[in-house]
Design a protein around this ligand. Sequence first.
Ligand SMILES: Cc1ncc(COP(=O)(O)O)c(C=O)c1O
Length: 493
Amino acid sequence: MADIFDFGSLETPLSEKTAQKLDSEHGISQREHFVIPTQADLKRRTITASKNDTAQENHKSSIYVCGNSLGLQPKCTKTYIERYLSTWSTQGVYGHFKSLDDELTKPWMNIDDQASAAMAPIVGATPNEVAVMETLTANLHFLLASFYKPTAYKYKILIEGKAFPSDHFAVQSHLAQHNYSAREALVLLEPDDSDKHYFSTQHILDTITEHAGSLALILLPGIHFYSGQFFDIKNITAHAHAHNVLIGWDLAHAAGNVPLQLHDWDVDFAAWCTYKYLNSGPGCIGALFVHDRHTAVANSPEKALESSSAPNDVLTGGLEAEKRFGFRHRLCGWWGSSKTTRFEMDNVFVPIAGAAGWQVSNPSALDTTSVLASLSVFERAGSVVELRKRSVLLTGYLEYLLLNWPTVDGGQRPYTLLTPVNPEERGAQISVRLDPGLLDGVVVDLEAEAVVVDERKPDVIRVAPTPLYNTFSDVWNFVDILSRSLEKRRKAS
Ligand SMILES: Cc1ncc(COP(=O)(O)O)c(C=O)c1O
């Protein structure tokens, strides 16, 4: 159970002093290890500040509560990237293999193993079950290619009705690949009540039960991008398996946000990006998880090749190779093939046992370096479980202020909250639905005060106090500025 703190029991829960007191009691977590854009940074039309720009306000931090969209930059990222650039400039191709005394990452040839090991604890997996590779949608494609194996009776895919569009597109294209139309083979999970955007676990389980006879696969979000709802991954996965249905999870909004135990929860597969709560930079390399159960390679390369009359024959690829080595089908590339034989260039795909066997291309060392930098901040912070304690408090405080902030005329607040009230059912994000017509003006006001949130038209702002770098004062300032903006915009309308 998450620790639920009653903010109403504080002496003056709505005062700024209380926010400052909470900060002094709970510390600032890893904030000093991040570059927080200043107010002047956000207002400038150039990337770099002019030397004459020394005004005091230039050093005032912005209120950045947008880590659910793009996480901020850890300070160490610059050092890691500079080290990468120096390795490239001083070593050229040797950078792939040569260990250097002052390296921060392994030589590029093995940087993928280092990244899997660093990423595994974030999602509760063994290093063997994680590959840091490609990007989220691309990884969903790779996983669907492996796990969607329709039969005459079980051929449908269940996704959430308003799934992130990219997931929707990916799933539809795999149905089409197998000659199914969305109408015949796509099952959409709708919320219990369409206006509330909430999915009770019972409703999800019932929907799975209802379609189980024809379902081949389920793909759901760990945390819903729009409402911030945290799904009960463990019980939904168990229920899918009880009905003989494979299940995968899009963890874009969950990785680095909430504790996950993908291995113990028996999840079949999952994919996520690293640019939100994992702070690796825009469009940076993503990651995937494949449970140990699915990654085994039954026959050792030696044994498999022995049983082949012509090991170098092109027939050792494709279905032939899958049978001989005994591994789950995937879309293959050379980086998923054994490191010991990879450079023999003989067209024999020798799958790496583990999620690494799903790799296709050599991963961007630049991207992976950035991931390793940002994961080093998580290592310093301790576990995601530790961060979650702070996150529950910060998000609870945000919710409390939003629900209790006084309005000037004592009337109703011009917004409702879409995110579940139970801390167990949400991560760091609260989605605020503004009354119709307010969004555009509010976004202008927030920007003018250097408050960064994420907007979803026509009327939602998503606010994410990120435990690594946000403070209680950030939350207080956000609610104060939002409330003043709403009063102004309401009067003007
Ligand atoms: C829930 C979810 N799924 C998929 C994506 C697509 O990610 P990418 O562009 O990295 O493939 C996003 C991007 O924000 C997302 O939030």
